[in-house]
Design a protein around this ligand. Structure first.
Ligand code: NIG
Ligand code: FE
Length: 420
């Protein structure tokens, strides 16, 4: 097949390919090619691997664009499977407050935290929210995030959650990235329902799920102390499952609250956070093939020091993914590379496990693992050229953006050579 793009002489190529989400040994065993190549036709990968093998599959013509990647590393584009990217306002004052010692839960219980961003989001018009979202998507692209998930959750009424879904839809049609959409109407009990929580749960489990059909791929619930209970989350997610939504859960983040258990029991696509999962919960997750999405940036910003027991997940054979959890309260991080950096220091992942967690496993956590997340023949050509001679430099050069070129669906969409 004729190649439109040929990336040659790659110092270190890491394709991260394999069937399904990778768990256990398959997540842990590095596979790295020295002096490899990648050939692309249109938006697809023809082949990625040893130079000779790639040249057997791909024909280089006078029209092929050839990139010399000597001294560089090539990896799949990052996938960020858990973000709260759409919000108005910001909460830097809350961070200052927390640095002085007030806890996140104390702020949340006083009606601040999530509800504060709800007030700011509701009072921001569509145009401004969309502009803000597009700006954030652009920041992510330059950091190498070629696919991601976006949650609603700062509207918290039928009308406002729908407004947010519509804004995400508009962003999706303009953005270069692949975007999975998650309805998180059950992010917090909005202040006007403080004394009528059952009514709010009923609204979320009923009408909200009906009207959001076709607009959201997933439904998520923040099940935790100060948020929704096991029973409430179960009611919402069971109905969501029946309607055909994929299920996600903010599970066991602030306290052990049977989140992993519920995720396993309902066969959720992912359970996220998991800083305090129960043994029973983990066993149920393993059996149901639920992906564990870990968010070390959040623990870092909460300053709790309570990181998820990631090694246990790997040892048990639960596929581990990483995400930023970008949100204005608990984690303003955009960069998946920084999350990888935190994960090797604080979760005990190896650099390779963390890379798998940020690409193919992250793609499976939002059900796009069949089309992207690894450099396998026939898959979408979403990849990064890094200014580094090894992928280990991602966590090692913590804080520097190593991304030199971003290729999305076979096109160069960002390059430090020629910033768009
Ligand atoms: O994932 N835990 C719930 N949601 C976010 C926090 C959102 C916020 O504080 O605005 C999280 O950490
Ligand atoms: Fe979150």
């Amino acid at each position: 097949m004729k190649a439109d793009l040929f990336i040659d002489k790659i110092e270190e190529l890491v394709p991260v390919s394999g069937e399904g989400p990778l768990s256990g040994e398959r997540q842990s065993t590095p596979f790295v090619i020295k002096g490899g190549a990648v050939a692309i036709s249109g938006d697809r990968i023809i082949a990625a691997g040893e130079r000779k093998a790639v040249l057997k599959e791909a024909e280089i013509t006078g029209e092929t664009l050839i990139i010399d990647a000597s001294g560089k590393t090539v990896i799949p584009g990052f996938v960020d499977p858990h973000t709260h990217l759409l919000y108005g306002g910001c909460r830097h004052w809350e961070y200052e407050e927390r640095l002085k010692g007030t806890t996140y839960l104390e702020i949340l219980k006083k009606g601040g935290g999530i509800n504060d961003t709800v007030r700011a989001t509701r009072s921001t018009d569509d145009g401004e929210l969309l502009d803000g979202l597009m700006k954030r998507l652009r920041i992510l692209l330059k950091l190498g995030t070629t696919s991601l998930e976006i949650k609603t959750g700062y509207g918290l009424s039928l009308q406002e959650e729908l407004r947010l879904l519509k804004i995400i839809k508009r962003a999706k049609s303009r953005s270069l990235q692949d975007i999975a959409v998650t309805l998180l109407g059950a992010h917090a009990i909005p202040s006007e329902y403080r004394d009528r929580r059952e009514e709010y749960v009923q609204l979320m489990a009923g009408e909200m799920l009906d009207v959001a059909r076709g607009m959201a791929d997933f439904v998520d619930v923040f099940q935790d102390e100060g948020a929704f209970t096991y029973e409430e989350a179960r009611k919402i997610l069971k109905r969501a499952g029946k309607l055909g939504y994929g299920l996600k859960l903010h599970a066991d983040e602030l306290s052990s609250s049977r989140g992993a258990e519920l995720a396993g029991e309902l066969g959720a696509v992912s359970a996220d956070h998991l800083t305090h999962p129960s043994e029973k919960g983990l066993e149920l997750m393993r059996r149901s093939g639920t992906v564990a999405v870990l968010l070390p940036g959040t623990t870092f910003f909460l300053g709790s020091g309570e990181y998820a027991p990631a090694r246990k997940f790997i040892d048990m054979g639960i596929p581990v993914a990483l995400a930023t959890d970008h949100n204005p309260g608990t984690c303003p991080i955009y960069s998946m590379a920084e999350i990888i950096g935190l994960s090797v220091r604080f979760l005990g992942l190896t650099p390779y496990e963390a890379l798998v967690a940020s690409t193919i496993n992250a793609a499976h956590a939002i059900r796009i693992g069949e089309k992207t997340g690894s450099l396998a023949p026939g898959k979408q050509a979403d990849l990064l050229i890094l200014d580094a001679h090894s992928y280990v430099h991602i966590p090692y050069e913590f804080g520097r953006n190593l991304v030199e070129t971003v290729i999305k669906k076979g096109k160069i969409v960002w390059s430090t050579e020629d910033p768009a």
